[in-house]
Write a protein that binds this ligand. Structure first.
Ligand code: TYD
Length: 195
């Protein structure tokens, strides 16, 4: 089983990924919990370049995220699925489609195609999309903001539009949840949807 969590920064997706990991492990399942950008040594270096470096142009950004993802799939995700582990990924292809495809205006189709090529067509079995208002992004994040988190409300609004478009296009795969609901309640719903 391959599950991903998606949403704007501060939507609570990382908390839900962690709650699901704990629950599946408590059932005795083997779980690989990972994140993007990152998840491999190369990916963590790309993460640093893209989030904490200087200016990165829109296509360079899309290609760096896709490169990190390609490595992640080859090195971590496919091998884990092949040995029968469950994979929980905090962000995946949908993040690039929402943020780079729609947020940066590169085009939903073009960024989706790029990413499907990068991952050899591997999509999650289920994706949980946690919705929050774009204006909540800066309020819900503590401390220093990275390059993407520091973007305007407009950028986050466009990314949210991208997510909504993906949810209607991939309605069999993507489960939409209200990110402002209590974490424990959301965790129950996530678990229920997987059973
Ligand atoms: P994330 O790891 O969720 O941030 P943090 O660990 O700081 O909570 O994601 C980092 C940022 O990268 C986030 O603002 C969204 C952005 N991002 C993209 O724009 N495209 C992508 O493909 C991915 C995976 C992330």
């Amino acid at each position: 089983m391959f599950v991903s969590f998606e949403g704007l920064d501060g939507s609570g997706k990382s908390t839900q990924a962690e709650l699901l990991r704990a629950r599946l492990e408590a059932e005795g399942r083997q779980v690989v919990s990972t994140r993007e950008p990152g998840g491999t040594e190369l990916g963590e270096r790309i993460r640093d370049l893209v989030l904490h470096g200087g200016h990165v142009g829109p296509w360079a950004e899309a290609l760096l995220y896709a490169a990190s993802r390609a490595q992640h799939v080859e090195e971590v995700i496919r091998p884990a699925l092949a040995r029968g582990a469950s994979v929980i990924c905090d962000r995946y292809v949908d993040s690039s489609v929402a943020y780079q495809g729609v947020g940066r205006g590169l085009g939903l189709e073009r960024v989706l195609d790029l990413n499907l090529t990068a991952v050899g067509g591997l999509l999650p079995d289920r994706t949980f999309l946690l919705l929050i208002e774009p204006s909540q992004v800066s309020q819900r994040l503590p401390g220093d903001h990275d390059r993407l988190e520091s973007e305007s409300d407009d950028f986050h609004s466009r990314a949210a539009d991208g997510y909504r478009e993906l949810a209607s296009r991939f309605s069999d795969r993507i489960v939409v949840l209200e990110g402002t609901r209590p974490a424990e309640e959301l965790a129950e719903e996530v678990y229920g949807a997987l059973r």
